[in-house]
Design a protein around this ligand. Structure first.
Ligand SMILES: *Cc1c(COP(=O)(O)O)cnc(C)c1O
Length: 392
């Protein structure tokens, strides 16, 4: 059973009913976060029972928002391997390097976690049609989970989105509209048509449940490391759902009594062509200014303005973490090194975490003996254009 109690605004802390359809906080237009009765969960839920559960993210159902198990839409999302990166570690003089490999998720990225949760909860609350503006992986994941229970999916993509992303959505039965413009233009169009037709929008952090799917990465790292968190987690950041989600998960885990107060230093990596979070982190700002003329081959990192900016910045500061940016040239070359040394075809966003690690080892911010987890957030198969950027 789910111990979901209510939704709470992450900025003003006002509480809302969790069993009706909600989007942003009506007062301050910022994200709503799901809260659980963790006291009760702590009494009745023992972490040792996890060993008998299915190896997917639904093994943490007590702290997930879906109430009726039959409404959980499953394709095998989550419980991805935490690979020990031996050869890559050796090349960097490190003994404790790991890659959380999200490329093996359904639809080839960790977007499956968030969209599995958001679409399941929308389905449970009676939604019939869903819409998303997306530059890639989110659209494919939404299309897949909508298809599985027969919800109608509408996708708005910039025309320059790589073909495999478009083809995936079409194959999965979504109604795909290509927009001659940027992701922000797609957002406006999706909102306009969505409002007209009553489609529910599942944009990141603009509904409360994608983050609940993404937070399971935090539960998994804890479980897979036998309830001891690593020293550093390096995360390629777009909207920041995963970063904020894991930070939330660690807090919940401590309240459940499953981990102690040790926290990893959280690193947010973005591309030099779109780095609003590192810039705001360095400036000491609470919110991030929108980035002008955002450009990077790592589509998942091309998010010029995020509604959860203050939550990312909070997590970085509370964890003694840092925001760093890397060039497209660096991240694509790192993508190839990660792939060829460890045998998983990484995406460019995954490569960005390795490039960030190399920079932080060079400055001494990370010590070679520390335990570090890199996130490969998706498969490299959907980005043919990166090969044009390689210097060999
Ligand atoms: C969406 C995406 C990201 C960014 O994830 P957020 O949690 O939204 O910051 C990183 N990598 C890939 C492959 C993505 O699709």
């Amino acid at each position: 059973m789910s111990y979901l109690t209510f939704l709470e605004c992450a900025l003003c802390s006002k509480q809302y009913n969790a069993d009706t359809v909600q989007t942003l906080c009506p007062e301050c237009k910022r994200p709503l976060l799901a809260r659980y009765d963790l006291e009760a969960a702590k009494k009745n839920w023992d972490r040792d029972c996890l060993s008998t559960r299915e190896p997917n993210m639904w093994r943490y159902r007590e702290v997930l928002p879906v109430r009726d198990e039959s409404k959980a839409i499953k394709l095998g999302e989550g419980f991805t391997p935490l690979l020990s990166a031996q050869r890559l570690g050796d090349s960097l003089g490190m003994q404790n390097l790991y890659i959380k490999d999200e490329g093996v998720n359904p639809t080839g990225s960790f977007k499956a976690r968030g969209l599995s949760m958001a679409i399941s909860r929308a389905y449970e609350l009676g939604i019939k049609e869903v819409v998303v503006p997306s530059a890639g992986n989110a659209a494919g994941a939404m299309s897949a989970y909508a298809a599985r229970v027969g919800l109608k999916a509408h996708v708005f993509m910039p025309v320059d989105v790589p073909l495999p992303f478009q083809q995936e959505c079409r194959a999965l039965g979504a109604n795909v509209t290509l927009i001659d413009g940027l992701i922000t233009d797609c957002g406006h169009e999706a909102k306009k048509l969505g409002d007209e037709h009553g489609w529910f929008a599942v944009s990141t952090l603009k509904e409360p449940y994608r983050i609940e799917g993404k937070k399971t990465m935090g539960y998994e790292i804890a479980e897979q490391r036998n309830w001891k968190l690593p020293d550093v987690i390096i995360y390629p950041t777009g909207g920041g759902t995963g970063l904020i989600g894991m930070w939330k998960a660690f807090d919940e885990l401590e309240q459940l009594g499953w981990i102690d107060s040790h926290r990893p230093r959280m690193v947010s990596v973005q591309a030099e062509g779109c780095a609003p979070i590192p810039r705001a982190f360095e400036a000491g700002d609470e919110f991030a200014e929108p980035w002008q003329n955002a450009a990077t081959v790592a589509a998942g990192l091309r998010v010029p303005a995020a509604v959860g900016d203050f939550l990312m910045l909070r997590a970085l500061r509370e964890s003694n973490g840092i925001g760093v940016s890397v060039s497209d040239d660096q991240l694509v070359n790192a993508q190839m090194r990660m792939s060829s040394l460890e045998g998983t075809f990484a995406c460019p966003e995954g490569g960005a975490t390795l490039a960030a690690l190399e920079n932080l080892l060079a400055t001494g911010w990370i010590k070679p003996e520390e335990e570090v987890v890199l996130f490969n957030t998706g498969t490299g198969l959907k980005y043919p254009a990166v090969f044009d950027l390689l210097n060999d």
